[in-house]
Ligand binder design. Sequence first.
Ligand SMILES: Nc1ncnc2c1ncn2[C@@H]1O[C@H](COP(=O)(O)OP(=O)(O)OP(=O)(O)O)[C@@H](O)[C@H]1O
Length: 278
Amino acid sequence: MSIRFDGVGAAHPGGKPVLHGIDLCIKAGERVAVIGPSGAGKTSLLRVMGSSLPASTGTLRVFGDEPVILSGSQLKRLRSRIGLIHQSPPLPARQRVVTAVSAGRLGQWSTLRALASLCYPLDIAGVRATLRLLDLDDKLFERCDQLSGGQLQRVGIARVLYQQAELILADEPVSAMDPNLADHTLGLLNRLAAERGATLVASLHAVDLALRHFPRVVGLRSGAVVFDCPASDVTEADLQALYANANIDVADERQSSDLRTQADPPHFSVRSAAPRCL
Ligand SMILES: Nc1ncnc2c1ncn2[C@@H]1O[C@H](COP(=O)(O)OP(=O)(O)OP(=O)(O)O)[C@@H](O)[C@H]1O
């Protein structure tokens, strides 16, 4: 089991609770999309999984450990197994792409090796090979502030792939990419995660991409899970209820996405629950 939520609630420091009574089990190697309207708590849910936002109620286990009771060094070890893909990767502007991607393994290296790698990347061939997967190997020595938003997002993905994270948490990982590139990149991320047996959890606004690429979809609204089932079981009614009164018309959004990508529309069938935790 990668992640297990039992009645988890969470609040940002000084803020109101943003997650309520979350029960969720994600097995090792599963690939799960989290969808829901703006402000539903998708980023907060990923932050709890990544142990940067503590559970305030209930119990969260990541790889069997409860992050809130771990010591500093245990937490560091746990985090080194988790790769975070941010919507806007927090990369220093003047940093070279090769250094930014190398930094994916900082948490796994000794302090000496990590410092040496920041001064001069020690595994340029490995970084280049990872960037090649994302068609970015020609940017190896470019500065991060010379890349487009979509290229930066792909550097962030390369960093996590280079890290060889066991659990990948991706927060809107393709939001800055054009529709074709977003579709291609999400397909690649899913394929590589599946090949490596990594667990992948991604928050997405693009419902069509979530349904097309992820076997399991969790609908989140107002900090609570509204549905949790195989992608093929998500119905129009589920989506309408999830986004009701939000600023998104699901049907229009999907129709325009289909026109953009020329891909098959998602298949809707009878809804069923996700597998229960054992
Ligand atoms: N650092 C923070 N401090 C206080 N409140 C926060 C913080 N970050 C988010 N929130 C609040 O938590 C709630 C959930 O936000 P979150 O970013 O998790 O939602 P989201 O579903 O990812 O939204 P979006 O799709 O717009 O990115 C919102 O009401 C937001 O205002």
